[in-house]
Design a protein around this ligand. Structure first.
Ligand code: GUN
Ligand code: ZN
Length: 433
């Protein structure tokens, strides 16, 4: 059998950890290996066993003593905001109007969109992220650029054209009919092509008229296999404006509910200031609340209440939300998630953080049969982490005794420097970046 043996300390989750000591939630092989054949994981286990299966001629990528994990997943990010990160503004609406809506206008130019898309995906890979759910701009050519760049790298990504027909500069507005026609054409072109998935993307209720919401509803009915992504309840001023634009809705979530946009493939960014009823309807419909910690802190939006959402049975994902978010790193994202939950008096164990970045996000995206895990038969998207990447990390790691401690050091002190290598469908990517 040909292929590639990837050797290292292999860690993969099989379920959500119940607590910090839940060793049944993961599999760990101290001298472990993966056998990758044709972009998929053909075997997983102790090196000696997997090497025997592979045969003597199989090349070995020896990553010892590093950790071998499933590729990290980012459930909410804006690709046209790569050059809007770190823009100095007060809060959400000012930030959108002053920087974001200006920046996104540049994506009318397909060459610019392609230039940014290539660098955007390379930067994600450098940070160990192999899958994203991305907002493109209102321009269909930005979606083509994004998917082309992902296809070229054989990445599994979700993306969609932002639909917006009001409360934005005219150059960024489509119309209900145009957004329907463009989205329909993009779905026909990209959905299910290779590892690409389409997300119907009404930006948020403020930038869509009821007529455009109707069009979104029609698209969801016509394409039940597609995702839906939008924003929900991020900022108090945003909520007040939204309620004034949809006075008949019982609450913000009720708008998306009314238009049939909630469901198991619906990703709702932020979900910070929700009522009991809103959490209930999210749980009933299986909609996903996407926690974006660095963005919520940067824009002063508020503190995500993970425990309350979990108590209501709401599915949860985690994400960078670049460019409201400030880091491409999922490690840094979990570091900030930990701190937000500290301020809420809630705990997030390192096992749970690593579960969330991998299998947890894969489950939230309903992609756990393909990514987020290193189980046999899944796609070989793999991230290699070095917990001794910096002098300070080496000093700290000299005092670490357990795997859990190591994971917490990686999350708290790590970033792109800790990513030793990243594989997409079995091909090493980082060495080339
Ligand atoms: N709400 C609507 N659009 C956006 C966006 O681009 N970023 C964030 N953080 N919130 C939004
Ligand atoms: Zn966002």
């Amino acid at each position: 059998m040909t292929g590639l043996l990837i050797r290292g300390r292999v860690l993969t989750f099989v379920d959500e950890p119940r607590d910090i000591a839940d060793t049944s939630s993961y599999r760990y092989f101290e001298d472990g290996a993966l056998l990758v054949v044709d972009g998929r994981i053909a075997a997983l286990g102790d090196y000696a066993d997997v090497a025997r299966t592979a045969g003597v001629d199989t090349p070995v990528a020896d990553h010892r003593p590093h950790l071998v994990l499933a590729g990290l997943i980012d459930a909410h990010i804006h690709f046209p905001q790569m050059q809007a990160v770190a823009s100095y503004a007060a809060q959400l609406l000012e930030w959108l109007n002053t920087y974001t809506f200006v920046e996104e206008q540049k994506f009318a130019d397909e060459q610019h969109a392609q230039f940014v898309a290539e660098r955007f995906l390379d930067e994600l890979l450098r940070h160990g992220t192999t899958t994203v759910a991305a907002y493109c701009s209102v321009h269909p050519q930005s979606v083509d650029a994004f998917f082309r760049a992902a296809q070229h790298r054989n990445m599994c990504v979700i993306g969609g054209k932002v639909m917006m027909d009001r409360n934005a500069p005219p150059a960024l507005c489509d119309t209900p009919q145009l957004s329907y026609d463009d989205t329909t054409a993009l779905i026909a072109r990209w959905q299910g092509t290779g590892r690409l998935h389409y997300a119907i993307t009404p930006r948020f209720a403020i930038t869509s008229t009821p007529e455009q919401m109707e069009m979104s509803a029609a698209l969801v009915r016509e394409h039940p296999d597609c995702y839906v992504q939008t924003h929900l309840s991020e900022n108090r001023e945003e909520i007040a404006l939204t309620r004034s634009l949809y006075p008949d809705a019982p609450d913000y979530t009720g708008i998306y509910e009314h238009y049939g946009l909630l469901g198991r493939k619906t990703l709702l960014g932020h979900c910070i200031h929700l009522s009991e009823r809103e959490m209930q309807i999210m749980a009933e419909t299986g909609s996903v609340a996407v926690f974006c910690p660095t963005s919520n802190l940067f824009l002063g939006s508020g503190l995500f209440d993970r425990e309350k959402l979990r108590d209501h049975g709401v599915r949860i994902a985690v994400a960078t939300d670049i460019g409201g978010g400030t880091s491409f790193s999922m490690l840094k994202t979990m570091d900030e998630a930990y701190k937000i939950l500290q301020l809420r008096g809630q705990r997030l164990s390192p096992l749970h953080s690593f579960y969330m970045m991998t299998l947890g996000n894969a489950r939230a995206l309903s992609l756990e049969d393909r990514i987020g895990t290193l189980e046999r038969g899944t796609d070989a998207d793999i991230t290699i982490l070095d917990s001794r990447a910096t002098p300070a990390m080496r000093m700290r790691m000299d005092a670490a005794r357990t795997l859990q401690e190591e994971l917490f050091v990686l999350q708290t002190m790590g970033d792109d420097r800790a990513v030793a290598e990243v594989y997409v469908a079995g091909s090493p990517m980082k060495t080339e970046l």
